[in-house]
Design a binder for this molecule. Structure first.
Ligand SMILES: [Zn+2]
Length: 71
């Protein structure tokens, strides 16, 4: 099974920014390669995460497209 993790620090915790509200962020973990949103995320409108979505590592300064996490 493909494993996705931060290419720099190996973390599986990431966040994305709301495309309509840049100060809103949505945290999620990668569990078994699936996106699992943090239950503390604001609102109920979770953003769709596409291959080209800008993704930020929660543990280090890595930033890249979601597809960059594929191995
Ligand atoms: Zn990282």
């Amino acid at each position: 099974m493909a494993t996705r993790k931060c290419p720099v620090c190996g973390s599986k915790s990431f966040y994305v920014r709301d495309p309509d509200e840049e100060y809103e962020i949505y945290e999620f973990d990668l569990q078994e390669g699936n996106i699992v949103f943090n239950p503390n995320n604001p609102g109920s409108d979770l953003p769709a995460i596409e291959d080209n979505t800008d993704t930020y590592c929660c543990k280090c300064s890595w930033t890249g497209k979601f597809q960059a996490l594929k191995r």
